[in-house]
Ligand binder design. Structure first.
Ligand code: ADP
Length: 654
C-alpha cells in the first residue's frame, strides 16, 4: 500500500529544487532524471529504471556524490513501487552508505523510512523498527514534525505484530482521532484498517466491521486501490465470521476483481520479462565493472610493484652510498690521524735539521774564525821573511808557504761568507753609492791581475745610468770582484769586459744590466748548470792549473738572488764566458757612501804616521808591528780596548 505520499512530497521538493537549478543537457543528471520521471508518469518503469541507472552512472563518473545519493534512492523507490523489495533494500542501503559523508538531511530520513517500509513488506519487523527509529531521530534532530504520524503508524503495526495490542491500539486511536485532511488520509485509513483487524482478532466483529466500513469510506477519497483491496478482504472475512455468507462473498468477489486489476497494473508497470531483462543487463554491467575494476586493480598492483622495486633499488643505492660515505669518513679520519702523526714527525725532524744546521753553522764559524788568527800569523811571517831578502834556496819554500797560506785564507773566507748567507745573517743594505766609481775602483784593484795574464781589461758603463743609486754596494762589489777575478784568471792573452747598461728608468727606479765577459777558456756545456754548486769546479785539471776553491760562483749566485736578481751564464769552450744579471736599484739624489780607491800600492801616505794597533795575539802583534814599520809607520801595540782608550786619553801616542 502506498502510504508514503508525504515523504515522497518532501523528497520531490528536495530533488526537484536541485534539478531546476541545473541546465538540462544531454548526458546530465537532470536530463536523465527528467526522462525517468516522465517514464514513471507513463507507467513505463523499465525505462524509468534505465534512465535512473544512467543518472547514477553519470553522477558517479563525475564525482557528484549528492546526485548519486538521490538517484540511488530514486532507484530504490522505483523498485519499491514495482514491489521488488530486495532490490529496493540494496539500493537504499547503498544510498545510505553514500550519504554518510554528507550533512544530516531530510533526504537521509526519507531513505531510512523507505528502507523500513521494505522491511515491513518483507515482514522483517526487527530491521523495520531500526530503520524507522533512525528516520525518526533524524527528523527530530532536524525538527521535522509532519512525518510523525507516518512513522507512528508503522510503529503501531510493528507493536501489533509483536502482540503489544495496547500500545498498538493507543497509537492507532491517536491517528484516527486526528481531523481529516488529504495529507493524513492514507495514514488514517491504514490505522482504521489495523485497529479493525485487532478487534476482529478479539472476536469483536461488530466493532471491527465498523472500523473497516469507516476505512472504506475514507478510502473512497484517496482512491488507494491496494488499500481498498485489503479493506475489502478484511470485510469479507469479518462477514464470514459473522456467518453473513452473502456479504462475505460479495466483498471477496470485489477484492479478487481489484487484485486482478492491481496485478494487471503491476504487470503494465514492469512485466516479468522486462524486469528479468533489466536485471540481466544490470548484472552484465556489474560484471563488466568488476572486470574493469580488476583490470584497474591489476594495473595499480603492477604499478605499485614497480614503485616498490624502484623504492627498494633507491633505498639500496642510498644505503650503499651512505655506507661508502661512512667508510670514506672513517678512512679520511684515519688518514687525517696518520697525517697529523706524520706532520708531528716532520715538525720534529725539521726542528732537528734546523738544530743540526745551526750547530754546523756555529761550528763552521767558530772553527773558521779560530783558524784565521794563526793563518794570518803564518801569512804575515811568510810575507816578512820574503821581504827580508831570504836565500835563493829559501825563496821557493817561502813562496809556497805564502801561496798555501793565502789559499787557506781565501778558502776560510769563502766558507765564512757562505755560512753567513745560509744562516740568513746576511742583511741587505740600502745605501746611496756611485756605480761608476764602484766599477772603476774594482777595475783598479784588479789591474795587476789583468796585466799578469796579459788581458785587455775594459769597462763599458752606460752614460744614462743615474749618478747615485741606492742599494748594497758591498754585496755588488763582492759579486763583480768574484766574477771579474774568475774572468781574469781563466783568460790569458785575451780580453775581459765589464758592462753595465740601463734597461729602464721608471718611478725613480733604475733597472740595470750587468755583464762580465771574457774570451777565456770557457765552460763545457755539461758543466754550465753545476758550476754554481758548492765546491764544483770545471775539472781536476783546471783546478790544478788555475787553483780556486769552487765556492766563488756559489757565493755569487746566492748574493745576486739576495739582491733580487738571477745569474745567467753563457759560455763556449775556448771562446769565452759571459756572466750576467739584472738588478732593480732605486735612484738617489745625493751620495751617502763613497767607495774609496782600493789601490793596494798607495802606501806612501802612511810614512811617519802614528798608528795604534790593538791586538791580543802576541804573534799578530809582532807581525803587524813589523809590517807597519817596514812601511815607515810609527807603531804602538796594546793588548786590549781598555788600554787603547787609556793611551788615546793620555795622548801618549801623539
Ligand atoms: P773557483 O774558485 O774554482 O774559481 P768558482 O766557483 O769561482 O770556483 O768557479 C767554479 C768553476 O767554474 C771554476 O773552477 C771553473 O772551472 C769555472 N769558471 C768560473 N768562471 C769561469 C770563467 N770566467 N771562465 C772559465 N771557467 C770559469
Amino acid at each position: 500500500m502506498r502510504f508514503f505520499t508525504l515523504f515522497f512530497f518532501l523528497f520531490s521538493t528536495f530533488s526537484f529544487s536541485q534539478q531546476n537549478n541545473l541546465v538540462e543537457k544531454i548526458d546530465s543528471v537532470a536530463f536523465y532524471n527528467k526522462l525517468a520521471n516522465s517514464s514513471v508518469s507513463k507507467n513505463q518503469y523499465k525505462n524509468a529504471l534505465f534512465y535512473t541507472q544512467k543518472a547514477i552512472n553519470f553522477s558517479k563518473e563525475n564525482n557528484k556524490t549528492i546526485d548519486q545519493v538521490i538517484q540511488t534512492f530514486k532507484l530504490g523507490k522505483l523498485y519499491y513501487d514495482v514491489k521488488k523489495y530486495d532490490d529496493a533494500i540494496k539500493a537504499f542501503d547503498k544510498s545510505i552508505s553514500l550519504s554518510k559523508t554528507l550533512e544530516p538531511s531530510s533526504l537521509q530520513a526519507s531513505i531510512h523510512y523507505y528502507l523500513g517500509m521494505c522491511h515491513m513488506k518483507k515482514r522483517d519487523f526487527l530491521n523495520a523498527k531500526i530503520s524507522f527509529d533512525k528516520a525518526k531521530s533524524l527528523n527530530d534532530s532536524l525538527e521535522i514534525t509532519n512525518t510523525v504520524d507516518l512513522i507512528n503508524l508503522q510503529r503501531g503495526i510493528i507493536y501489533k505484530s509483536e502482540g503489544d495490542s495496547d500500545t498498538a491500539s493507543t497509537i492507532f486511536s491517536t491517528i484516527i482521532a486526528k481531523p481529516d485532511n488529504p495529507a493524513i488520509l492514507d495514514i488514517k485509513v491504514e490505522a482504521l484498517y489495523h485497529i479493525g483487524l485487532m478487534e476482529m482478532a478479539d472476536n469483536r466483529n461488530n466493532l471491527a466491521l465498523n472500523y473497516f466500513n469507516k476505512a472504506l469510506d475514507l478510502n473512497s477519497k484517496n482512491k488507494n486501490i491496494e488499500q481498498k483491496s485489503a479493506i475489502l478482504l478484511a470485510l469479507s472475512t469479518v462477514y464470514e465470521k459473522m456467518l453473513d455468507k452473502n456479504n462475505a462473498y460479495t466483498y471477496l468477489k470485489q477484492h479478487s476483481n481489484l487484485e486482478e486489476s492491481i496485478s494487471l497494473l503491476d504487470n503494465e508497470k514492469l512485466g516479468v520479462d522486462d524486469y528479468e531483462k533489466f536485471k540481466e543487463s544490470e548484472r552484465l554491467k556489474e560484471v563488466a565493472e568488476i572486470n574493469k575494476e580488476n583490470i584497474q586493480q591489476e594495473k595499480t598492483s603492477k604499478f605499485s610493484k614497480l614503485i616498490s622495486i624502484l623504492a627498494i633499488a633507491l633505498i639500496s643505492i642510498l644505503s650503499l652510498l651512505s655506507l661508502s660515505l661512512y667508510k670514506n669518513n672513517i678512512i679520511r679520519t684515519q688518514s687525517n690521524l696518520l697525517l697529523e702523526e706524520k706532520n708531528r714527525e716532520l715538525i720534529l725532524a725539521k726542528e732537528k735539521a734546523e738544530k743540526a744546521s745551526n750547530a754546523r753553522t756555529e761550528f763552521l764559524s767558530t772553527v773558521s774564525h779560530e783558524l784565521r788568527t794563526p793563518l794570518n800569523a803564518i801569512n804575515g811571517i811568510a810575507h816578512l821573511l820574503l821581504e827580508e831578502k831570504p836565500k835563493k834556496s829559501q825563496m821557493n819554500y817561502l813562496e809556497s808557504l805564502q801561496f798555501s797560506g793565502n789559499y787557506l785564507t781565501n778558502f776560510i773566507n769563502d766558507i765564512l761568507e757562505i755560512n753567513k748567507i745560509d744562516s740568513s745573517k746576511a742583511q741587505v743594505e740600502n745605501i746611496s753609492f756611485n756605480l761608476k766609481l764602484l766599477l772603476e775602483n774594482i777595475q783598479n784593484s784588479l789591474k795587476e791581475l789583468a796585466s799578469e795574464n796579459n788581458n785587455y781589461f775594459s769597462l763599458e758603463i752606460d752614460s744614462h745610468i743615474p749618478d747615485y743609486l741606492i742599494g748594497d754596494p758591498t754585496k755588488l762589489s763582492q759579486i763583480l770582484m768574484n766574477l771579474i777575478n774568475n774572468a781574469l784568471k781563466f783568460t790569458h792573452n785575451g780580453s775581459v769586459t765589464v758592462t753595465s747598461k740601463l734597461i729602464s728608468l721608471e718611478d725613480q727606479k733604475a733597472f740595470i744590466y750587468f755583464e762580465v765577459k771574457d774570451s777565456g777558456i770557457g765552460i763545457p756545456e755539461d758543466k754550465l748548470e753545476t758550476v754554481f754548486d758548492s765546491f764544483s769546479q770545471g775539472s781536476v785539471g783546471i783546478n790544478r792549473k788555475y787553483g780556486g776553491t769552487g765556492l766563488g760562483l756559489t757565493i755569487v749566485k746566492k748574493l745576486v738572488e739576495i739582491l733580487g736578481g738571477e745569474i745567467k751564464l753563457d759560455s763556449k769552450v775556448k771562446k769565452g764566458s759571459s756572466f750576467s744579471f739584472k738588478l732593480l736599484l732605486k735612484v738617489s739624489k745625493k751620495p751617502l757612501k763613497i767607495i774609496k780607491n782600493l789601490n793596494k800600492n798607495n802606501y806612501d801616505n802612511l810614512k811617519s804616521k802614528k798608528i795604534l794597533v790593538v791586538e791580543d795575539n802576541k804573534i799578530n802583534q809582532m807581525v803587524s808591528k813589523k809590517m807597519l814599520e817596514n812601511k815607515g809607520v810609527i807603531c804602538e801595540i796594546v793588548d786590549n780596548g781598555e788600554e787603547a782608550i787609556e793611551i788615546a786619553k793620555s795622548n801618549k801616542l801623539i
